[in-house]
Design a protein around this ligand. Sequence first.
Ligand SMILES: [Zn+2]
Length: 81
Amino acid sequence: MARKKHNGKRGKMGICPKCHAKRVLTKHHVLPRRHYFGEGEVVLLCRKCHDDMEKIINRRERLTRDEYRKLARKFLTRNGG
Ligand SMILES: [Zn+2]
């Protein structure tokens, strides 16, 4: 029996690699879609960490792919806020 994919919330529960909380995770594109159109890696983050990451990115001008990747890595490995 086929079930429709329609359960309100997008994303699924998982452990956020940044804050290690069990939350609904959302996809974050390491290379912003507005510049790179879905190219590159995707990281699953909780809503809060996703917002933090976006803020960091939005404060900057367009970066190179390498710079975005470094930024994401730094964000994920940094402890605390
Ligand atoms: Zn998180």
